[in-house]
Every structure is written in structure tokens, then in C-alpha cells.
Design a protein around this ligand. Structure first.
Ligand code: ADP
Length: 398
């Protein structure tokens, strides 16, 4: 055959074969898409084994969204129940990826149960796995989100709170300049600058304390702390302020130990005592008592002061919340004292509550777990785990 004809014929045959191949491919694609898969092919080897030891959340679903396998945390986090994805948001992502094969990432707020208030924030990554499976990986970002929200709120509040003393100092400095020929006025303004800057210093210190407490949920190296010593030191700290108002502070503090940070515990009790003195009239009484109730020790600070309206009692533990802002400012309050107490109690595995009646007074009670010390050979009998060491139970009065 003429070589030119042969080449032409060969080309034509090639074209036809190519066209048939393309058509066949298209047809097979269409029929693949139209027809339901008869059965999902098995998972790639080893996937199940890997997932069974994963500490993170991993879920594999098949073409009908049924969960083929998942890591244990997927169940404990409530993302998988009875072989199904619990949340429609996750199913939706899986379907999108199945449709176009494009890997997707999203941050989802997912309900933890029937209550709409309890939710988790999950950072989810969804990718195709083999021909017909979808892999969903999730990380719990709830804590990270909370920290970020707390940080944002905190920065907003702090800048607002700092503006007041800083603005006050600027105005007072201006007044000093204007009154430079009047030594008495200069002395008066300078004294007020001193008061404002002391307040500013305390505010900054409390902001630092509180942000440290908020970041660390638990204590790092708790020590065995004798609470009666904590109470004695806290009472010492408010002595001068109490005496200035002829307020008698009495303490009843038997020896009870807790695990914790002694400085933080003194700060907490001193904050409660400072408030008791600040929000009480002159010549009243303030008391602090320690009492063991089962495995808990209660530290109660009681005053005969103005009291707190019922509607405000929940809110006073919030940062910068004050019932009477003018009075708080007049006493040098920062609005952070009770928020600090609340965090210190939480970090020690305890809580703080308030009982109060307007005009009658208030009692703030810190409840902390009593230290359970490991029994040793030389531990006197009966004191191995009751947290109350042998010896006299003291009573101290300030
Ligand atoms: P502050 O620095 O303003 O005292 P706190 O966080 O310590 O801030 O207290 C918040 C608010 O709770 C106070 O401003 C005050 O209105 C109220 N409060 C706290 N303790 C007492 C108390 N013992 N008696 C009456 N009111 C109190």
C-alpha cells in the first residue's frame, strides 16, 4: 500500500478509537454517577488500626454517610452516635467533599447535647479517603476560643478602667501647673495624684494577678497549706484599715490544711476581709471563721455592713462589676477583688458563695477540699487522711 494512504488510514483509525474511548469514558462516568454504588469498597488497609489508637477525633464515613470507623474521642465528644454523624453540619461538609473531592476546613459550633447552651467549638478538616470514603478530622478549639474571648473582653474592660485614673492624674497635673503660685493647692492636688497613682498601681497589679489566674486553670505545684495561718495573715493585712474605722475583726481558725498556694489563699481571704471593712459602717464587727464540713473546709467572712441586693448577688463576682461604683471608687476598689477570689477558689478545686441581706450584712464563704495526706508509718493514728493534724486546735483573735 502506498505509504501516504497507509498513514492516512492509520490516522483515521486512531481518531475513531480515540473518540470511542472518550465516549466510553464519558458514558462510564455518567453511569458511575447515576447508578448507586453496589457496595462500598473496603477501607484502605490499616486505617481502622490507626484510628483505634488515635487520641484526636477522626471519623470515616461511607457513601451513605454511615460511620465506618472512628477514634474513641469521636464518640466521647458526642460527634458519633449509633454509627452515625450526630451533627448535620458535619454531614453537610462530608457531602460537599464527596461531590467535588475538594478538601474543606471549617470551625463549627456544635451542640454537646440537647441543651442549646452547651456547645463545643470544633476545627474540622474533611478530605476524600480512597474512592468512596470521607475522612473527618476534628480538634476541640473550645478552650482556645474561650481564652480568646476572655482576652478580648478583658482588654476592652481594662482599657476602660485604666482611662479613669490616668485621666484623673492628667487633669490633676494640669491643676498643679495652673496653681503653681498657691502652695496649699499644689499640696492638695499632689496628694490626690498620689491617691490616684496608688489606685492605678493596685489596678495594674490586680489585672496581672487575674489574667495569670484565668490562664492557669489549676495550680502547678500545690503545697500543703495551714489555713489558720492564712487567716491570721489576711487579718493582719486589713488591721490598719479596720482600726481606722474602729471595726473589730475577730477570727476563729482551727487548724485545717488544704493543698494550694499560700499567697493566693491569703489574697483571697484578705480581699473578702477588705470588702467587709470597706462596705461596713464604722464601729461594726467583722468575723472570719474556719469550719470543717466532711471533706470540705469553709472559710466564712461575715460583716454587719450595707449588704447586697439579691438581684446583684450573682453579678458581683464578674470582673469590674460594682453595685455602687461611686462607693467602690471612694474606698479605692478596683472591681476585681471578688473575681480574683472566685478564680483562686476555682483553681483550688473549690468555690465561693455569698449570703447577704440589705441593711443586715453579708457572709462570703469559700469552700475548699481538705488536704488528704498519704498515710505514712509515722503518721499518728486517726490523722492519716482527715487533714487535721494532731495537736491543739487553736483560736486566734485579731
Ligand atoms: P471592689 O473593688 O469594687 O470592692 P469587688 O470585686 O471586691 O470590687 O466587689 C464587687 C462589688 O461587690 C463591690 O463593688 C460592692 O458593690 C459589692 N461587695 C463586695 N463585698 C461586699 C460586702 N462585704 N458588702 C457589701 N457589698 C459588697
Amino acid at each position: 500500500m502506498d505509504p501516504t494512504i497507509a498513514a492516512t488510514l492509520g490516522g483515521a483509525v486512531g481518531l475513531v478509537i480515540g473518540a470511542v474511548a472518550v465516549l466510553a469514558g464519558r458514558w462510564s462516568e455518567r453511569s458511575y454517577a447515576d447508578a448507586p454504588l453496589p457496595e462500598d469498597p473496603p477501607l484502605p488497609r490499616g486505617v481502622g488500626d490507626v484510628l483505634s489508637v488515635l487520641r484526636s477525633i477522626a471519623i470515616v464515613v461511607d457513601t451513605s454517610d454511615a460511620v465506618v470507623t472512628s477514634s474513641a474521642p469521636a464518640v466521647t465528644y458526642g460527634l458519633v452516635r449509633r454509627g452515625e454523624l450526630v451533627h448535620s453540619e458535619m454531614r453537610h461538609l462530608a457531602r460537599q467533599v464527596r461531590r467535588d473531592g475538594v478538601i474543606r476546613e471549617a470551625e463549627l459550633d456544635l451542640a454537646r447535647g440537647p441543651s442549646p447552651d452547651a456547645s463545643v467549638v470544633m476545627r474540622v478538616r474533611v478530605a476524600p479517603l480512597g474512592v468512596s470514603h470521607i475522612l473527618l478530622l476534628a480538634e476541640d478549639h473550645t478552650h482556645a476560643r474561650r481564652v480568646e474571648e476572655v482576652r478580648r473582653d478583658f482588654v476592652a474592660n481594662v482599657s476602660h478602667e485604666l482611662k479613669t485614673p490616668v485621666g484623673g492624674i492628667a487633669l490633676l497635673a494640669e491643676a498643679v501647673l495652673d496653681a503653681k503660685d498657691d502652695p496649699e493647692a499644689v499640696a492638695r492636688f499632689a496628694q490626690r495624684i498620689q491617691v490616684e497613682s496608688t489606685r492605678l498601681g493596685r489596678l495594674v497589679q490586680e489585672i496581672v494577678d487575674l489574667s495569670r489566674l484565668q490562664v492557669a486553670d489549676t495550680l502547678h505545684e500545690p503545697q500543703l497549706v495551714e489555713l489558720s495561718a492564712v487567716v491570721a495573715e489576711a487579718v493582719d493585712r486589713v488591721r490598719v484599715a479596720a482600726e481606722a474605722k474602729q471595726i473589730e475583726v475577730s477570727a476563729v481558725a482551727p487548724e485545717v490544711r488544704v493543698f494550694g498556694d499560700p499567697d493566693l489563699l491569703v489574697t483571697a481571704v484578705a480581699n473578702l476581709l477588705t470588702n467587709a471593712v470597706n462596705y461596713s459602717d464604722a464601729s461594726t464587727r467583722v468575723g472570719v471563721g474556719l469550719r470543717r464540713v466532711g471533706e470540705t473546709v469553709e472559710v466564712a467572712v461575715t460583716d454587719q455592713g450595707q449588704g447586697i441586693p439579691g438581684t446583684e448577688q450573682e453579678r458581683i463576682f464578674e470582673r469590674f462589676y460594682r453595685v455602687d461604683a461611686a462607693r467602690s471608687r471612694a474606698t479605692g476598689g478596683t472591681g476585681l477583688g471578688l473575681a480574683i477570689v472566685k478564680h483562686i477558689c476555682a483553681n483550688h478545686g473549690g468555690e465561693v458563695t455569698v449570703w447577704s441581706e440589705e441593711g443586715r450584712g453579708s457572709t462570703f464563704t469559700m469552700r475548699l477540699p481538705v488536704a488528704v495526706e498519704p498515710a505514712t508509718d509515722d503518721t499518728p493514728a486517726g490523722t492519716a487522711d482527715d487533714g487535721v493534724p494532731a495537736g491543739t486546735r487553736g483560736e486566734s483573735t485579731a
